[in-house]
Design a protein around this ligand. Sequence first.
Ligand SMILES: Nc1ncnc2c1ncn2[C@@H]1O[C@H](COP(=O)(O)OP(=O)(O)OP(=O)(O)O)[C@@H](O)[C@H]1O
Ligand SMILES: [Mg+2]
Length: 256
Amino acid sequence: MITKNLLLKINSIEKKYYIGKNEINALKNVSFELDKGEFIVVMGRSGSGKTTLLNILGGLDSPTGGKIFMNGKEVRDYHKEPYATEYRREKIGFVFQSYNLLKALTVEENVALPLILKNEKPLKIKERTAEILELVGLSKWHNHRSVELSGGQQQRVAVARALITSPAILLADEPTGNLDSQTSEEILQLIVNMKNKLNQSIVLVTHDPKVAAYGDRVLFFNDGEIVNEYRNQQDISINDNITMIINKFQSLIRGE
Ligand SMILES: Nc1ncnc2c1ncn2[C@@H]1O[C@H](COP(=O)(O)OP(=O)(O)OP(=O)(O)O)[C@@H](O)[C@H]1O
Ligand SMILES: [Mg+2]
């Protein structure tokens, strides 16, 4: 049976890397589902496979086993050209820890880039760029070069750029990793607003339990496997959810 809101089904994804004769099992038998509008957080120690998972979901890397279904249909060869570019452009928005903006371009140009690459009409690009800049609170900055902005503002630009094509999934790898705690919270609030306003589906990687408490569900990774899961409770405070996440994460690190 297909659940009405099911967007993505990840079925026994596996990723092996080979370095010389050494085999690295970066992902082992990873299965989970992402509903439309759901915000999933991925936590785990360094090297547990979080970035590998995001890269595979985003078509930047290919799994060595398993299947991915989007809207009930298997997405085959989505990570191979000529499909990969289209898949990334149409389905995925990426936000990285290091913003990855183009220094020579203005805020507006950075944000518009995915639509320019899609050969959209100039008028449509102009309108959509203005709309998304308004949404992330950067209208006033449209003509500034990205290097003139603070880290938090640059990450806002990156979020706007990721969402301008209305992607099915927003993938964010440690988006607050370079920011102080107050700015982290502002970026998180922005991401949560996008989830609420746009019914945006999100998979976000973080080391920070405070960040994880904003998601709907937290998946805990260890050695390439999902070893635990926590659903944030609506009827307890954010601080109580943070405590629960810290406890789960610590028991994972202790190997329980
Ligand atoms: N291109 C690659 N070639 C070989 N091994 C890789 C490659 N990319 C990742 N790995 C290995 O796969 C495992 C998972 O790496 P990954 O980058 O997904 O971890 P991570 O959870 O994102 O860690 P971190 O929190 O440090 O970012 C690690 O053992 C890593 O060394
Ligand atoms: Mg990583």
